[in-house]
Design a protein around this ligand. Sequence first.
Ligand code: FAD
Length: 352
Amino acid sequence: MRVIPLIPPLINSEHIKEKIICIRSQRERIFRIALTQEQNKLIFHNYGHGGAGWTFLFGSVHESIRLYTQHMHAHPDLAQKPVAVIGAGCYGLLTAITLAQRGIPVRIIAKDIENVSSYKAAGFFFPKPRRSASPTESALCIRLGIESYRTYQQIYNRTHPFLTAGVSLIPAYFNPDVDPGFQPYSAQGLVQPPEPVLIHFGAHNRYPMMRYTLLFLDTRVLMQELHRTIHTLQIPLIPATVSSWEEIPESVIFNCTGLGAHALTGDKDIVPVQGHLITLTNQPDRSQLQYLINTRVPGFTPKGTARNDLIYYAPKQEGILGITFLRGSHTRSENRHEFDRLLERSYRYFHT
Ligand SMILES: Cc1cc2nc3c(=O)[nH]c(=O)nc-3n(C[C@H](O)[C@H](O)[C@H](O)COP(=O)(O)OP(=O)(O)OC[C@H]3O[C@@H](n4cnc5c(N)ncnc54)[C@H](O)[C@@H]3O)c2cc1C
């Protein structure tokens, strides 16, 4: 088996930039792409992608636009009516861009424009459907995930019509127990099947891992690219909180509100899932840190029960370290002790 030496990220206090707590909007079984009619308005919903919103972005937005186009063919009186997109995460921005490029008058209304999950995500393309998804739902995830992956390839190859940066192709090391869901991608020749390897970071420990070569999504750069396009297309971006559909004068609405969809739709299947991430700084040589790690290590809950903990590393900006998946946790309880636990297990993993 090939042995691969890697340079570890430095994670002492002088290398820590920011500790981020962020909530995923997860919908049980699968995200929601659907059309409803409420108070004489057409609402196209697109939310609930949990920890894989960037992964499914292009496929999901194109799917919701296909739903829109189908409906407009059947109701030509509504075509070309102005559209309101609610939400300025990656979903709202890409939806508004796609509509504007078709000549449809569109504006975005959003509570937060900078402080949104879409900027904070680690940037893994992780397409595995949830275990609870039905076979039809899993097939949809595979179809939309593959559509997204192909679009990210266009960005990487500089052939995308408007996004020009934010995607790189790098080695990705996954714990052999973690199945990121690339089998259908390999079947289509998009991702090479993984190679079992041993990695080490110059210290004592060696780890058996599966090595892929994958697209990494720098979500901060991609958000900047989406905003640049919004600006070029002169799409109005209005900071405001929407508390009911009635407030919106447009009769066609795209609901891209992420976690906000819970209050707006009453969808009981939305579960908040808290995540902890640490951004790094002062790394001596970023060119040596261009890889992804996604692994599990044995750990304990704060109450002492054994559990597996996760370690993510991604070369986002100067490096990002994660991660937690605390189901049901809201910002009310920040669980800041998770940062100490994350640093402790990362230190053991990378430096012993
Ligand atoms: C810690 C963490 C790590 C992640 N890592 C990854 C990863 O590695 N790979 C991956 O694919 N995905 C990842 N994700 C998931 C990804 O970030 C999200 O799925 C994606 O950003 C969701 O985008 P969105 O546009 O739906 O929502 P958001 O980015 O949350 O944007 C929602 C928008 O709606 C607005 N809004 C909400 N309610 C209202 C309202 N009532 N009125 C007006 N505006 C409203 C908000 O202000 C915001 O502008 C991660 C998420 C987290 C939290």
